[in-house]
Design a protein. Structure first.
Length: 580
């Protein structure tokens, strides 16, 4: 809904005066788009008045949930985390369908999700913050009551206790309906929000649930402390872990299949001061690998990748920290190379995506199946292309180099911060310099930045404090020259401070973040004859990088600034990931 239309109608109905509006327009919060909050807090507008006007504009009826009797059965049709994040409450079920109270009745994605989940037509109603808070509180009171009944009181885990509950008692609690419902809700919501990880974190008096969405952790739910033992036990039962072991870390996995989606979950538990923390990594087995074009490569970078992966032999290295999208990039390359004329084999930890016709092996240290052992076995399987999940030690590195020398294309990853530092890293591991120089085709470093929500981002020019911060971290003159070289500078702009970027705002489509999805920023170094000579001479990473830059390599932060000026991401995101 457009704010000017709302303000105009409030003025016409004499709910707010012109003088009050003029005062509010000078408030700093007005520039951030928080008009409704301003009108309620400082404009003398009552929530009921605001809802009546919005209802008239949106042509949607409004409701005050405090005057409604909400059956728990109806309330639970919308999972609590979805109610929290998308600000919706199901409050009645009639012959016409499910009555859904929404802060944003125009949120079609949420309505479609709830309609699909419940199988009921959705009739939207408008609500305000007071009604929303009232509806959300209904969840908590009901859940606490069910859990108290389940555990027969208010037990807590005592730190250092080997067996807070007997095994049979934990099994019984893990199989009770309220606990099953909580775990199912957490997973269902995580899948709906495309979360990569679920964190269940015990605190002194509660249990916090957080989801990693687009690389950032978000609080989504606070559960009563009393549910902690049953919640952890339920997850352990699903992952086939020892439910009576509370003092040692454990790892397991299970699968979730429902309504067209199929997810594999890796489960890790560790003992912490207030109990056991659980982290679940979600891997979408039904998703297909992305194409190279979707990963965010610049045209010249895409040319280098394509040229080097189609060479008859040699190594292509992808580097970056955990969670930087290295595996996704390798899968995209494998998908591109996959054909009936080649044999693709991989050794991974774990297998994250299934690739048709590829022979994917998963490491298993418990039985001695390491990267090095698996790679030696794969070399006896007549492969053309080999993917190694990660080079961690000298043995694996030497096997990878040997494979690249003997006519195989080898794709693998390393944990280094830049492309140039990957080559000295291989030297540190113990690989001979001449072998690195002769077998490495290209090295790429990458990070993931969040993509701006297309619905709510807004323009801005960097102010003086931001420019000073950027100047301390980056060479802005060199970046401006790169912008000019690429034809990205508008007429009249003479320096970095004249450029217009975009910034995140936040709306109902993207939640309060202002971002939706992620894309890669890359640093791609082709191993030329000059760089190969530098490797043999055991030059430092800095010297190798300078040689690559002279040959035209775009650094990762520069790629980030290019995407920021294009409006794909923000300067804040580039700053955030550049510090990793």
């Amino acid at each position: 809904m457009d704010t000017p239309d709302l303000v105009k109608l409030l003025k016409q109905k004499r709910i707010v005066s012109a003088d009050t509006l003029a005062t509010l327009q000078k408030d700093p919060a007005a520039s951030k788009g928080n008009w409704e909050d301003l009108l309620l807090e400082k404009g003398g507008v009552k929530e009921e008045q605001l809802l009546q006007v919005k209802s008239e504009l949106l042509k949607v009826p409004w409701v005050d949930l405090r005057n409604e009797h909400i059956e728990q059965e109806v309330l639970q049709l919308v999972p609590e985390p979805i109610a929290h994040r998308h600000r919706v409450i199901s409050f009645a079920k009639g012959k016409d369908g499910l009555h859904l109270a929404m802060v944003d009745p125009g949120d079609l994605q949420t309505k479609e999700f709830i309609q699909k989940k419940t199988g009921l037509p959705i009739i939207a109603f408008l609500i305000g913050k007071t009604s929303l808070d009232f509806g959300l509180a209904k969840y908590h009171s009901n859940l606490e009551g069910e859990i108290k009944h389940l555990v027969g009181g208010e037990p807590t885990i005592k730190t250092g206790s080997a067996k807070p509950y007997e095994t049979e008692g934990l099994k019984k609690m893990a199989g009770e309906v309220p606990v099953i419902r909580v775990v199912d809700t957490l997973l269902e919501y995580a899948i709906f929000e495309k979360a990569s990880d679920v964190h269940v974190e015990p605190q002194e008096t509660a249990v916090t649930v957080r989801y990693r969405i687009d690389g950032i952790l978000h609080d989504v739910m606070t559960l009563p402390k009393m549910i902690q033992p049953a919640l952890v036990a339920r997850i352990k039962v699903l992952a086939d872990l020892k439910i009576d072991e509370h003092r040692l870390p454990q790892d397991g996995r299970f699968k979730v299949e429902k309504d067209g989606y199929k997810y594999a979950l890796r489960v890790s538990t560790i003992p912490v001061f207030d109990g056991e923390k659980v982290v679940m990594r979600l891997l979408d087995e039904s998703s297909k690998a992305m194409s190279l074009e979707q990963l965010g490569f610049l045209p010249e970078q895409l040319d280098i990748v394509t040229r080097n992966i189609h060479k008859p032999h040699g190594m292509f290295l992808v580097t970056g920290p955990t969670g930087s999208g290295k595996s996704t990039t390798l899968y995209a390359i494998l998908t591109l190379l996959n054909s009936t004329s080649v044999n693709i084999s991989s050794i991974e930890d774990p297998v994250e995506y299934r690739i048709e016709r590829a022979n994917q092996m998963q490491v298993n240290p418990k039985i001695g199946l390491t990267f090095a052992l698996g790679l030696r076995a794969l070399l006896r399987q007549d492969p053309n292309i080999i993917m190694i999940g990660e080079v961690r030690d000298k043995e694996t590195a030497e096997e990878a180099v040997h494979a690249a020398m003997t006519g195989h294309v080898v794709l693998t990853t390393l944990h280094t911060n830049s492309a140039a530092s990957a080559l000295p890293r291989l030297l540190d591991i113990g690989v001979e310099a001449y072998l690195i120089a002769s077998t490495t085709n290209a090295v790429m470093a990458q990070r993931l930045v969040r993509v701006l929500c297309p619905e709510c981002n807004e323009p801005f020019k960097p102010d003086k404090p931001l420019l000073e911060t950027l100047a301390r971290e980056f060479d802005l003159e060199k970046m401006f020259a790169l912008y000019e070289k690429r034809g990205m500078v508008k007429k009249g702009a003479k320096s970095f401070e004249d450029l217009e970027f975009r910034k995140a705002k936040g709306c109902d489509k993207c939640g309060p973040t202002g971002y939706k999805g992620r894309i890669g920023i890359h640093e791609l170094m082709e191993v030329t004859e000059e760089i190969a000579n530098g490797i043999i001479q055991k030059q430092s990473a800095q010297e190798i990088q300078e040689t690559a830059q002279k040959a035209g390599m775009i650094l990762m932060w520069q790629d980030g600034f290019i995407k920021a000026l294009q409006g794909t991401t923000t300067i804040d995101e580039v700053l955030r990931v550049s510090k990793e």
